[in-house]
Design a protein around this ligand. Sequence first.
Ligand SMILES: *[C@@H]1O[C@H](CO)[C@@H](O)[C@H](O)[C@H]1NC(C)=O
Ligand SMILES: *[C@@H]1O[C@H](CO)[C@@H](O)[C@H](O)[C@H]1NC(C)=O
Ligand SMILES: *[C@@H]1O[C@H](CO)[C@@H](O)[C@H](O)[C@H]1NC(C)=O
Ligand SMILES: *[C@@H]1O[C@H](CO)[C@@H](O)[C@H](O)[C@H]1NC(C)=O
Ligand SMILES: *[C@@H]1O[C@H](CO)[C@@H](O)[C@H](O)[C@H]1NC(C)=O
Ligand SMILES: *[C@@H]1O[C@H](CO)[C@@H](O)[C@H](O)[C@H]1NC(C)=O
Ligand SMILES: *[C@@H]1O[C@H](CO)[C@@H](O)[C@H](O)[C@H]1NC(C)=O
Length: 775
Amino acid sequence: MSTSDFLLLVILVAAAASSWFTSVGLVDACVPKEKEALLEFKKAITIDHDRMLEAWQPDEEDDCCQWDYVHCSNLTGGHVVELHLGDSRGSGGLTGEISPSLLSLQHLEFLDLSGNSLQGRTGKIPEFLGSLQSLRYLDLSFVPFSGSVPPQLGNLSKLEELHLLDAGVQMHSTDLWWLTHLPLLWNLDLGSNNITGPFPAFMGNLTNLRTLNLGVNHLSGHLPSEISRLAKLTSLDLTQNYFDGLITEEHLDGLESLDYIDLSYTNLKIMVYSKWTPTFRLHEAYFSGCEIGPLFPAWLKLQVNLHRLDISNASINDRLPDWFSNTFSKVTYLDISNNQISGGLPKNMDIMSLEALYSSSNNLTGQIPPLPRSLNFMDISKNSLSGPLPTKFGAPNLDTIILYSNYLSGQVPTSICELSLWGLDLANNLFEGEFPQCLNMTQMAYLLLGNNSFSGSFPPFIRRCTNLSFLILAWNRFTGTVPEWIGSCRSLQFLRLNHNMFHGNIPNNITSLTKLYHLNLADNWISGAIPQHLSNLTSLTRTFALDPYTVPAGFQNTVGDLSIDIKRQKLNYHGAVILELLSIDLSSNYLRGKIPEEMTSLGGLVNLNLSHNQLDGEISDQIGAMLWLESLDLSSNHLSGEIPSSISILAHLSVLDLSNNNLSGRIPSGGQLDTLYSYMPSMYDGNKGLCGPPLQQTCPSNNIPVHGDDEHYSKSMSFGLGIGYVVGLWVVFVTLLFQKTRRIAYFLLLDKFYDKIYVFVAVTCRLFTRKADTS
Ligand SMILES: *[C@@H]1O[C@H](CO)[C@@H](O)[C@H](O)[C@H]1NC(C)=O
Ligand SMILES: *[C@@H]1O[C@H](CO)[C@@H](O)[C@H](O)[C@H]1NC(C)=O
Ligand SMILES: *[C@@H]1O[C@H](CO)[C@@H](O)[C@H](O)[C@H]1NC(C)=O
Ligand SMILES: *[C@@H]1O[C@H](CO)[C@@H](O)[C@H](O)[C@H]1NC(C)=O
Ligand SMILES: *[C@@H]1O[C@H](CO)[C@@H](O)[C@H](O)[C@H]1NC(C)=O
Ligand SMILES: *[C@@H]1O[C@H](CO)[C@@H](O)[C@H](O)[C@H]1NC(C)=O
Ligand SMILES: *[C@@H]1O[C@H](CO)[C@@H](O)[C@H](O)[C@H]1NC(C)=O
């Protein structure tokens, strides 16, 4: 055998062996340089919250192509082509820096680093990513970068998808010109960033674009008609920007592939010829807050594929068209709320596929028509509907019915018991008679029947409602006693029974309702004593009691509307109503005996009204421990003794009424107290024994005035301080110190609460989508 023959043989054997090894996978498929690069990448990670990279080890036999989240190509000789390192769990993922070692992965086509804290020290999107020439997919969403997207990304000539959702991008829109260098880009997601400036006309030149998300940014100005060049665009999301001006046929005609459009909260006005027919067939359309009225948009008539439609708050002042049910027969999510839609709901609404119907705040009249069988959420509150509820709901999955503030009348049909209701709001209507005895409404969480003419006893079925958290029976004609078993409704947070004809005692075990933060039994015929053990109402003992997230969307309005019978309406802040929810109102009943000392342990209480009863005894010296009290009304009782000076340390007090009692002695001074009298000069009226400023009546000479704190000190010394009072006083000092920040924090919390409602709605929507998808 010649040397050359031998060499040939060696080569053949080697080749055969190599192909054999490859086919059974024994060969190290990983390119050493790339393995090195991945290990370098790992080195730049300071925290690996989910131990994603645990398997990435430098051992020699280790094949990096077998590592988690790494995909190699079996065509290009085992090069790393994909890195799937997105933190879909949202648990923190990777913290650190994106190592430039990735540049060694010249075959990398797919890079997903979303949801990781990989902004590094600079916080910038690394420019070197623009040198990963093979990239087709880049996802840096939810990485908390700051600043602009580097124009170097314009070198990624193969890029098809760029995802930068909520990635801290802050830049001017015109600085995105390099996007025009990406001829293959079809999916561009720059949503939820801070991009300012206009919608640049060059966007119209990305003609391969199919999905464009620029929603939740700070874009402004007119929408250029160049947008209509995006003939392949299927999804357009421009929600929550500061655009203005018109959208006409000129913008829309070219968008013939459009399937999804979200222009909500953009201030855009859609103005098209009445006979205009769009070239697209939408599946989802969101125009909330846009101006598409005053006529109901006729161009929607051919949008028969719509599944989700939001035309709320869109300046529509019209009746629903007669094609409504037929055209929108596939719609599962429909929001037409906050318009001025008049006339009736369509009689043939039952042919629709609706799962969620939002139509509150319109001028809808007439009766509730037969409902779509698929319906599970219905809000037609704040309209002018009349007549009775349907005897058959015809929607077996209906779990939320919100109909407050209409003119609905008659009895609630027993068929309502067939529904597994989660929430029912019939407040502010003309219903009458007894509420049906539904035995199996165990999942009910919100039952709001206030301001109707319901009669009969406290509905016994409530006993089984272990999930009930909001119960309003106020302003009706209920009779009988408040049942002892109310204490077993452990989820109750909000209980209003005021303005009925309940009699008997307040059940003692009402104090086992540890989640209760709002109790109103005012204006009934309730007698007996105020229960002891009030310190069991732990939601109210915490000075930071309110969990503002507990008032759900849809119900918040009713709860708010009905709870404004506290005097302090002048506080205009939208959170004020909620603050007042931390309240006990037992006024205008026949309560006797002393105010339990334990009541002063309810340090979170904002409103306490015990007026117009027959309470006697003295006001507790520890009243100063009720730090957050803003309104205290003890008027028209038989209270005697002196006004405790600790009342003057209630820094938030803005309403105090002690009139028409049998109080005596010198009126304490200092703090809030001194200003209150000018607003409410009757606050001490009808107490024969009170003396000293601000009253004209001077105190008898044996009661020599001592000034300010000295007086308070001497009184404290003579009567002895309760421990609660001392603690209260101390907390007040601390509170005064931090008051401002704390109060701001509180309001911020309330602001979040409103955000939360938005989130709730979003989540509900998503639930419906998911439900729709599974069915
Ligand atoms: C490459 O590997 C993948 C999965 O390992 C396989 O599905 C694919 O068919 C392979 N391609 C070729 C050309 O061998
Ligand atoms: C958005 O960016 C502008 C400057 O481009 C800045 O003034 C503004 O504060 C930013 N807004 C937010 C919410 O970050
Ligand atoms: C309706 O939209 C306008 C802006 O178009 C906005 O100012 C207003 O707050 C919206 N109202 C409701 C109830 O959403
Ligand atoms: C509740 O009971 C009624 C009869 O009282 C029955 O028709 C209905 O199917 C029941 N609903 C559920 C959810 O169990
Ligand atoms: C109050 O709570 C205590 C335990 O925290 C419990 O033993 C007592 O029964 C409760 N009282 C009432 C009236 O619920
Ligand atoms: C307390 O209740 C009475 C009667 O229910 C009411 O007239 C009064 O305005 C209430 N006091 C305050 C401060 O709201
Ligand atoms: C008023 O209070 C005094 C004690 O301060 C008591 O002697 C008197 O009986 C009380 N009057 C009424 C009408 O309750």
